[in-house]
Write a protein that binds this ligand. Structure first.
Ligand code: ADP
Length: 480
């Protein structure tokens, strides 16, 4: 498995959770998995016990050889290797600088990394049955197998699987890098790498991978349409049945209120006492009015347009003015949204709390201590936080899109069934109304709320299920 992120070493979003969990789950099914990652300067070598593994590794890029080295570590029995290149990975961020500008050499950085990872397999004598690549950053691996390694004694029999975690990010870069990437000009055609005169790395991967999947069945359907495919729908449709959706699993070793070491008190479906403690501590920590009878709505999110936080920005002030409700927002990303949510607590003291930045600990506190969890995403390939929320009895309020629609069951007011609240229209009034619906349920239909919490906490989205579906996809790729 070759990827640009893996929890806990390097994480900016759900990709890291998947690459962190799936290999472990596959290994439990009896497979041998190795994971190869870039050694960003942010990877904490000492904390994770990285050891020098191999040096030097020669990687052909364009018509010259470049050099790197590899380090190794272990994650729950899975061997993890890190490609070290000072030139490409000794920087502040994974993909962009502190001002959110993409690094201009991203195509080269991840092209190099992907080729280096394949070279590492060769140099260490590893013969994979499946090469699993993720998103544009490593999509070229599928192409390199077919272009360069079809005859290789170690890699020649490998089949490739590409997982798309977000179709909006395609790795589109200037054709000036094409030569360097070693993809051969004959493949610079509109069905493979060419996209309006530029290189589209994900598109090439979709063409070359033996199987392609994305992270929920609904998102697989949405990406097959012009509105949802960000320009790649025709190429996904061309793959027919070789493009499928597999829901991400949750790592319940990390996200379990019964054992979570990060939260103020543990709790379970049978004993919700600790949840009240978590709520009180959350209210204190975010300087909210400490009141067990006011519902708290949590948000943990990248602050990006995709996440629908513009809708929240357009309605949150009206909500705290009109309703008895509190908000806690944890997020980082776009400057405008960061500024807006960062300054809200000063304007609505006691009612809105926020922390602009990345904090693993606070994300657990919010999952545990909130009554509801809000995800108003415009689109959501899978979404993990709503799955974690279910386990913590924190009912999701979500827009009915992609994985959110697949994992949250709509509240039925007659029967008191369901696991959350869903809205369809991507606008601020739909969001306002749905939060109003959840808040009124909190005050007026307490029995329903408890029933829903218990139903939510019993849901099982563990990796074991998803890993078996990946296993079936790998077998299919091998049979092609
Ligand atoms: P995406 O991959 O689009 O960001 P997901 O819901 O699939 O969305 O995954 C997001 C992951 O990143 C979750 O594990 C979430 O808890 C975490 N996360 C996002 N923003 C933050 C933040 N500011 N602090 C801590 N964790 C965060």
């Amino acid at each position: 498995m070759i990827a640009s992120e893996c929890e806990p070493y390097a994480k900016s979003g759900g990709l890291a959770d998947v690459v962190g969990s799936l290999p472990v789950a596959l290994q439990e099914l009896g497979h041998r998995v190795i994971v190869i990652l870039p050694k960003y300067s942010a990877v904490d070598s000492i904390r994770y016990g990285l050891q020098p593994f191999m040096s030097p590794i020669g990687v052909w890029m364009g018509n010259a050889q470049e050099w790197c080295s590899a380090h190794s570590a272990h994650k729950q029995g899975v061997a993890v290797y890190f490609i070290e290149s000072k030139k490409y990975f000794d920087r502040w961020g994974y993909y962009h600088d502190p001002d959110m500008n993409d690094y201009l050499d991203n195509a080269r950085r991840f092209g190099f990394f992907t080729r280096a990872a394949l070279q590492l397999c060769r140099d260490m004598g590893f013969r994979p049955d499946i090469l699993h690549v993720h998103d544009w950053q490593t999509a070229l691996g599928a192409a390199y197998l077919k272009i360069w390694h079809w005859n290789d004694p170690l890699l020649g029999q490998a089949r490739s699987v590409l997982t798309i975690h977000n179709i909006a990010h395609q790795g589109v870069y200037d054709r000036a890098d094409y030569e360097y990437l070693g993809l051969q000009w004959g493949n610079f055609t509109s069905d493979k790498f060419e996209d309006h005169g530029k290189i589209n790395m994900l598109k090439g991967g979709i063409h070359y991978a033996d199987m392609v999947n994305t992270v929920s069945p609904s998102y697989a359907n949405e990406t097959r349409t012009p509105e949802g495919g960000s320009g790649l729908a025709p190429y996904l449709n061309a793959r027919g049945d070789d493009y499928i959706g597999i829901l991400n699993g949750a790592d319940y070793a990390i996200w379990n209120p019964e054992t979570d070491p990060l939260i103020p008190a543990n709790f379970s479906r049978a004993d919700l006492g600790g949840k009240a403690v978590c709520k009180r501590e959350l209210q204190k920590r975010f300087l909210l009015d400490v009141n067990p009878d006011v519902p708290v709505i949590g948000v943990v999110s990248r602050l990006a347009a995709q996440k629908g936080l513009d809708l929240l920005a357009a309605s949150i002030e009206a909500m705290v003015e009109d309703m008895s409700v509190q908000f806690v927002v944890l997020g980082s990303g776009e400057k405008g949204l960061s500024h807006y949510f960062g300054t809200l607590p000063a304007r609505y003291p006691g009612k809105i709390g926020s922390y602009i930045g990345y904090s693993e600990e606070l994300s657990h506190w919010i999952e545990a201590g909130s009554d509801f969890f809000l995800m108003p995403s415009l689109y959501e390939p899978c979404g993990l936080n709503q799955i974690y929320s279910l386990r913590y009895g924190t009912l999701p309020i979500v827009r009915a899109t992609g994985g959110l629609d697949d994992t949250v069951q709509q509240y039925d007011e007659r029967k008191g069934t369901g696991t959350g609240f869903k809205f369809i229209q991507p606008n601020a009034s739909a969001l306002y109304n749905t939060v109003g619906w959840a808040v009124s349920t909190y005050f007026d239909r307490k029995a329903h709320l408890l029933k829903m919490m218990r139903a939510a906490m019993a849901k099982d989205y563990s990796w074991n299920q998803s890993a078996r579906q990946y296993e079936r996809m790998y077998l299919r790729a091998r049979s092609l």
